[in-house]
Design a protein around this ligand. Structure first.
Ligand SMILES: [Zn+2]
Ligand SMILES: [Zn+2]
Length: 367
């Protein structure tokens, strides 16, 4: 019997348990995918710390990139994805029937399901991302075009589509983000770094990154990805940042601010940084990080536009892959951001990810 390893979260605040399960044929409607890389997201850290309640035990993880090994019997000819293809796997299962799905916005489905919630003792065992194998509905697979290194695509496999979805919602609201001349990105985790790349590639002239603390290596990376400057709030006061951004914009304030820090405190600052009719894009932030006082008068007085977004759809994954294809100059830099760990070393990987040691911690297949 062929077996593979899965990292099982049995209790919050506890280490993952490495279990071996038999590798079974794919059930109806699904494909079996062999791990290439599976990213550890801030959301996974929050789940492990009990900040996002889920049913345990579970194989969590939602940034799975792999190679399709098998489809349910006879299904492979019906689909655009074939056995052997490399794919990004999404765990999201929109209902297809609610008001949001019907309006073409299935990322914001009100009955959203996920593929990674089942007990790993229930066949086919590998329901989520933290395993050497994963099973997923065929509709949840997005083929990675030839010429893109699959491990490289895993670096921003969640942050990229998450950010792109927010920009798509801005587009739907007729907010011309690409015409901005001054943008601010708050926070330089994966979402912030991707927002920097996106804004600069859209042609935004000034992309100012604001972080809680200066971190020389990460800040240099942000500059390499296109940020015009990185300001650490441990060195510069919030008021000085606001003055500086106004000086860049003829006294007006930023056209666009992207909140990617996940810190509630960033929100009042973001509102202050914007010009009249400026757009505040708030992607990600999946867990409750607490409350913050804001002055609603800023929203009305400046007539601000606020776009929140937490999830994404297969369309956004396709847009992410197209973005990577359009910018080969970024590939080598992105590839080097991957800090790989074997599935069996997931507890070390989580510790390092939680300590902010890596830009992108990911599990990879054994060599
Ligand atoms: Zn994620
Ligand atoms: Zn729906």
């Amino acid at each position: 019997m062929i077996t593979a390893k899965a990292a099982v979260l049995t209790q919050i605040h506890e280490p993952f348990e490495i279990r071996s399960y038999p590798v079974l044929p794919p059930p109806q409607g699904t494909a079996r995918i062999r791990l290439i890389a599976s990213g550890i997201c801030g959301t996974d850290l929050h789940i492990q710390r009990g900040k996002i309640p889920i049913r345990l035990p579970a194989v969590i993880g939602h940034e799975f990139v792999g190679q399709v090994e098998a489809f349910e019997a006879g299904a492979d000819s019906k689909h655009s994805v074939q056995v052997g293809d490399r794919v990004i796997v999404t765990i999201a299962c929109p209902c297809g029937a609610c008001l949001l799905c019907q309006s073409g916005d299935d990322a914001n489905c009100v009955n959203m399901g996920v593929t990674n919630g089942s007990d790993p003792d229930t066949p086919p065992h590998f329901h989520g991302g933290f395993g050497e194998v994963s099973f997923a509905p065929i509709a949840n697979l997005v083929r990675i075009p030839d010429g893109l290194d699959p491990r490289m695509t895993d670096v921003f496999a969640c942050a990229g589509p998450t950010t792109l979805h927010t920009f798509r919602l801005a587009d739907r609201a007729n907010i011309p983000v690409g015409q901005a001349s001054v943008a601010v990105v708050q926070g330089l985790g994966p979402v912030g770094l991707f927002a920097v790349m996106l804004l600069t590639r859209l042609g935004v002239r000034h992309v100012v990154a604001v972080t809680g603390h200066a971190k020389p290596e990460r800040d240099a990376l942000a500059i390499r990805l296109g940020a015009t400057e990185v300001i650490g709030l441990d060195r510069v006061s919030s008021d000085d940042v606001i003055c500086h951004v106004r000086a860049l914009s003829d006294g007006l304030g930023a056209d666009v601010v992207v909140e990617a820090s996940g810190h509630p405190q960033a929100v009042p600052q973001g509102l202050q940084l914007l010009r009249n009719r400026g757009a505040y894009l708030v992607p990600g932030q999946y867990s409750d990080s607490g409350d913050v006082a804001i002055a609603p008068q800023l929203i009305t007085f400046k007539a601000l536009q606020i776009i929140g977004s937490s999830q994404y759809s297969v369309e956004d994954i396709r847009a992410y892959l197209e973005f990577l294809q359009a910018h080969p100059d970024l590939h080598e830099t992105i590839r080097l951001l991957a800090a790989p760990y074997r599935v069996a070393d997931i507890n070390q990987a989580f510790q390092d990810a939680g300590a902010g040691k890596n830009i992108k911690t990911m599990l990879v297949a054994d060599d």
